[in-house]
Write a protein that binds this ligand. Structure first.
Ligand SMILES: CCCCCCCCCCCCC/C=C/C(=O)SCCNC(=O)CCNC(=O)[C@H](O)C(C)(C)COP(=O)(O)OP(=O)(O)OC[C@H]1O[C@@H](n2cnc3c(N)ncnc32)[C@H](O)[C@@H]1OP(=O)(O)O
Length: 287
């Protein structure tokens, strides 16, 4: 029996063709002079940019690739569940605010739903790892882990900050983003993507990303005095393992890490926006 190529193997397993090592891509924009920069960026961020094969089945940017039946069914279920979860959260937040007229107590009233659906999003890293979505593991990993960190190690663990305005800031930014993003994926999978959803997916983030990040940073900042005072999650010397860890300094380092990481995610989304909304054509170079 002859050896299967990576593509044949992926097809046999019902996985998309980008499973395994991604092909080298060129992004060519017929309308934009930024072609060289775009080429570089696609390689830099480690994604295949959602590109498909050159040749007879080359697809337009943003057009969905063929997935196995099982993968499509799972992703459709996952995206519908996530859209519904974040919609429930949005409705609960609006109702809370309309009834109470204050943001105080809002986090407490929605925390269970938030924790459940944000933690469920860890599956997104799995989706990338097993190759059923073509997003970069690194980009998704940073995005999801920073959210998990905010939910569990900051807001859940540090009760005195739960009523900060900054918590509402990131909650609103995350909620609007996720309703848009998961409904975008759902409608794309069903091949009925309304233009408004596509437009919203690649425009809302321009405002929501900085708003969300500002909310996250201000919340961590508000947590600092409490963490310093209580020494929570910190390990002091001497101890039998001879290890020390200071959560306060860890938080300072985490805040500083937003400086290099956030622009990368933001520019990644701006590149995706150019590709999907402004139709930069993707040509694959054979590897
Ligand atoms: C331990 C502590 C660590 C702390 C570290 C701190 C540093 C943190 C620094 C930065 C922190 C950022 C924090 C984030 C805050 C916020 O979220 S604020 C609110 C605003 N946020 C956003 O706007 C988020 C934007 N992010 C995203 O949209 C994505 O999450 C992404 C991961 C960045 C990926 O986007 P993109 O590259 O556009 O890829 P995809 O949308 O995933 O699309 C690629 C193709 O894959 C298909 N696909 C992906 N997922 C699915 C799915 N679930 N179902 C079906 N299909 C999917 C998608 O359709 C695309 O396919 P094609 O169209 O065929 O190409």
């Amino acid at each position: 029996m002859g050896r299967l190529s990576r593509r044949q193997l992926a097809a046999a397993l019902g996985l998309p063709r980008w499973a395994g090592s991604p092909p080298t891509l060129l992004l060519i924009s017929p309308t934009s002079p930024g072609c060289a920069a775009t080429m570089a960026s696609s390689d830099e961020d480690g994604t295949n940019g959602g590109a498909s094969e050159a040749g007879e089945d080359r697809e337009a940017p943003g057009k969905r690739r063929r997935l196995g039946l099982l993968a499509t069914a799972w992703l459709t279920f996952y995206n519908i569940a996530m859209t519904a979860g974040w919609l429930v959260l949005a409705i609960a937040m609006v109702r809370f605010y309309m009834e109470k007229g204050t943001h105080r107590g809002l986090y407490k009233s929605v925390q269970k739903t938030l924790k459940f659906f944000q933690t469920f999003a860890l599956l997104e890293i799995v989706h990338c790892l097993i190759g059923i979505v073509p997003t970069s593991v690194l980009v998704t990993g940073v995005q999801v882990s920073s959210r998990i960190f905010m939910v569990w190690l900051i807001t859940h663990s540090i009760k005195p900050i739960q009523n900060e305005e900054s918590v509402v800031l990131f909650l609103v930014a995350w909620t609007v983003t996720e309703i848009t993003r998961y409904s975008f994926y759902t409608f794309s999978l069903l091949d009925h993507l309304p233009y408004f959803i596509k437009w919203a997916r690649y425009n809302f983030f321009i405002i929501l990303y900085p708003v969300g990040v500002a909310g996250e940073l201000l919340t961590i900042y508000a947590a600092l005095p409490y963490v310093k005072k209580t020494g929570m999650f910190s390990i002091r010397l001497p101890n039998k393992y001879n290890v020390s860890f200071d959560y306060y300094y860890f938080l300072l380092i985490t805040m500083a890490s937003y400086i290099p990481l956030f622009p990368q995610l933001y520019f990644h989304m701006l590149r995706q926006r150019r590709k999907v909304l402004h139709g930069e054509v993707i040509v694959e170079k054979d590897d």
